[in-house]
Design a protein around this ligand. Sequence first.
Ligand code: SF4
Length: 254
Amino acid sequence: MSSAPTGSPPPDSVTLRLTLRSLKVAHTIATPARPVAAREALPAFQGLVNATVAAAERASVAAGGAISCRKGCGACCRQLVPISATEGERLLDLVAALPAERRAVVEQRFAEARAKLDQAGLVPALLDPAARAGRSDNDLSAAYFRLGLGCPFLDEESCSIHLDRPLVCREYLVTSPAALCAGPAQEGVTPVAVPKLSMAARGLESPDPAPDAAGRWFALALLPAFAQRRPTAGPAMPTLDWIKRFVSRLGRRP
Ligand code: SF4
């Protein structure tokens, strides 16, 4: 991967030109100078991921693939959704801003998910990287998927927070028949090769890229539990500095 923040076009913006494996991605991001928390810079990363996914989709189609993901197919929304603390903070804001009636529905779904994950003994490992000894992410994903838990934001097989959905949700596209995504072991599923920029959002609040940053995720279904144990206040800096930190960590991903 190579990258180059360039920028003169509109004043308060920067155009990123990234080479991610064989993909070339250009994306312009607004960069107001005021210091913000990482969660406020998240839309910048979401836009960059969207642009990367679009480039990967174009490459897949050019190679003869046909994307089978459609609105109304929520098969992948029963998978484990690992999110960073930054995304967790943003989603907590989103839930808090929901109308009371809708918020109650979503909170009830989170409570039901928590009960099932408790019953399955998965809560510690899905919440805390330190509790994952001996269990790989794949192992945890498989155990989660076996529970058949729908995402609390899933409504009639469609994402109710599409514009705000987590980065990993954006990165998941398949060219195989949709029915395979619902299969017990995801056998035969052919994902589009999308560079996983979402990994760069893990541990973003920390100025030093920790060697264990890839493991700094928790399950979206445990968002309320994350809320109870998160740190009080994170750092604030201009969006451009968050972008620089995010981009500097892209090359660390496989
Ligand atoms: S956030 Fe949306 S896209 Fe992601 S798993 Fe939940 S319903 Fe599906």
